[in-house]
Design a protein around this ligand. Structure first.
Ligand code: SF4
Length: 178
């Protein structure tokens, strides 16, 4: 039988949602990036925060160099083996829940630097959530990756912490085999 009339009439400016969705919504709109910019991609990362692109529109303008205040690691540029322990230390100092964006070809795959000293993709050591292609990626691409990450965060089950259930979430996507 169809219900012809709602049981309770709500004013137009009243919304009903679950607490879980509300917390996820707060999280996704208040990402604090931890920039780890080592090379030319870092310039595009800086441009993303400047007035033309204005990452503040997405609530992610608070770039902090304090890992304990950040929840979004953005690795922009090539990472060499010597830097990897530092990057891992910073990642471990960031509170859960946290996310990682690999910006550019070098961070994602080593790029053109197919040498023994350049890490051939940070996902051998860190769990990367979003990869941004390009050499360098444009600020619009980074912004799109943040929008995609926001959708991912909204879909997570925040209150019950189901995002932590999957062991793979905490592990690098590609383990170092050698
Ligand atoms: S992907 Fe290209 S622009 Fe980015 S750090 Fe590597 S060489 Fe530089």
């Amino acid at each position: 039988m169809a219900i012809s009339k709602p049981i309770v009439e709500l004013p137009e400016n009243v919304k009903i949602t679950s607490l879980d969705r509300l917390v996820s919504w707060c999280r996704k709109n208040s990402l604090w990036p931890m920039p780890y910019a080592t090379a030319c991609c870092g310039i595009e990362l800086m441009a993303t925060g400047a007035s033309r692109n204005d990452i503040a529109r997405f609530g992610s303008e608070v770039f902090r160099f304090s890992p304990r205040q950040c929840d979004l690691m953005i690795v922009a540029g090539r990472v060499v083996m010597k830097m990897m322990p530092v990057l891992q230390r910073i990642w471990q100092q960031m509170h859960e829940p946290k996310w990682c964006i690999s910006m550019g070809a070098c961070a994602s795959t080593g790029g053109v630097f197919d040498t023994y000293c350049v890490v051939q993709g940070i996902d051998r050591f860190l769990p990367v959530d979003i990869y941004v292609p390009g050499c360098p990626p444009r600020p619009e691409q980074l912004i799109q990756s943040i929008i995609d990450l926001q959708e991912k965060i909204q879909a997570e089950d925040t209150i019950f912490g189901r995002e932590f259930d999957a062991p793979s979430r905490q592990q690098p996507k590609r383990a170092l085999q050698q």
